[in-house]
Design a binder for this molecule. Structure first.
Ligand SMILES: [Zn+2]
Length: 151
């Protein structure tokens, strides 16, 4: 499990580097285009323009991507989404996180599972992330294990 989480971190770093290179690349494309007509000033303006266009497109894509594939599923009452969850506890070694939503319900996350923590400390399956990063009701755990206690 530790190997898995490390690999995931490396992937995220490569992803961030690629985005950064694309960002700078867009700047150079803009600079190249505008410098043909406006020389040195055009180059600077084009660079800034290219970077801004990329930043705008990127944030739009991420916005809709997060709507389509939210980091956290909506809470059981359907009121809270991604940013409404508050971090309660994180265990990096085991890759587990405990969240609390605004309604006061606690959730336990160990990807791909997202479970509800009942007031007595027991957990019930709630959602499961599929390979595309989409949350689906956790039917597998419900059928096989049912409730399981936090050890
Ligand atoms: Zn909630």
């Amino acid at each position: 499990m530790r190997i898995f989480s490390q690999r995931k971190e490396v992937n995220i770093n490569i992803f961030a580097l690629m985005i950064f290179l694309l960002f700078i690349g867009s700047g150079f494309v803009g600079a190249e285009l505008l410098s043909r007509y406006h020389g040195c000033l055009g180059w600077i303006a084009g660079f800034i323009f290219g970077c801004s266009v990329f930043a705008l497109v990127y944030s739009l894509i991420m916005h809709y991507w997060r709507k389509w594939c939210p980091i956290h599923p909506p809470c059981k009452k359907g009121k809270c989404t991604g940013d409404d969850y508050e971090l309660v506890e994180r265990n990096r070694e085991e890759g587990t996180v405990v969240f609390c939503c605004k309604c006061g319900t606690k959730y336990f996350q160990k990807l791909p599972y997202f479970k509800e923590i009942l007031p007595d400390g027991s957990m019930i399956p709630y959602m499961k992330e599929n390979k595309w990063g989409r949350w689906k009701p956790d039917e597998d755990s419900k059928n096989s294990k049912g409730q399981n206690k936090i050890s």
